[in-house]
Design a protein around this ligand. Structure first.
Ligand SMILES: [Zn+2]
Length: 191
């Protein structure tokens, strides 16, 4: 039987691979250890050609895993959160040191503006004005701690404006204490 069909050839090759599995594995191992660059280049080429496909496969597997292991995934996330607490805090602290004045000024101005809008107060504070306040008065006006806070000297309820002229640096506890005094009728103007 001189001619073999493609199927017959494939079947024969498969039988050969099956019968010589160890030998082929050893030959492949020897080749790979003798030609590391060629192997690395081949791997790189393969990954480059199949990158998108591999990524899609990875995403699909990951999605499937998350859906079928909800509890484990949640637990792993919680553990990661706990184990990396210090690292996350360090990152947050560094970010805060680098961006805090600006971020805090933006937040404080936004809060003041939301409150002003709610009470029908027409003025809007800019973050720049809050930063200017803090650089002029870097500590709490009342207790002297180096804390940044924003207080309206005369509250909106008493007709105070939402402007640079009517704001002071007051830390949150001092701000609360001031509000309480005002509520009790002790209307000392500053702090
Ligand atoms: Zn204070």
């Amino acid at each position: 039987m001189p001619y073999k069909t493609r199927e017959e050839k494939n079947a024969q090759a498969a039988r050969y691979r099956e019968a010589n599995r160890e030998l082929l594995r050893e030959r492949s191992r020897l080749y790979r250890s003798a030609h590391p660059e060629a192997v690395a280049a081949g791997n790189a080429r393969w990954y480059a050609e199949h990158a998108e496909e591999q990524r899609a496969k990875g995403r699909a597997q990951s999605r499937e895993y998350r859906l079928s292991h909800r509890t484990e995934v949640r637990e792993t996330g919680r553990r990661w959160y706990e184990e990396n607490k210090e690292r996350r805090l360090a990152v947050a602290r560094r970010w805060h040191e680098e961006h805090a004045p600006r971020a805090a000024a933006l937040g404080a101005a936004r809060n003041a503006n939301v409150k002003a809008a709610r009470l029908g107060q027409p003025d809007r504070l800019a973050a720049d004005e809050v930063e200017a306040l803090w650089s002029a008065q870097p500590t709490c006006q009342s207790c002297g701690r180096p804390v940044h806070g924003l207080d309206h000297i005369v509250g909106f309820e008493r007709g105070g404006s939402n402007t640079r002229a009517n704001i002071q640096n007051l830390c949150p506890p001092c701000n609360t204490a001031k509000s309480n005094r005002e509520r009790r009728g002790e209307t000392r103007k500053v702090a």
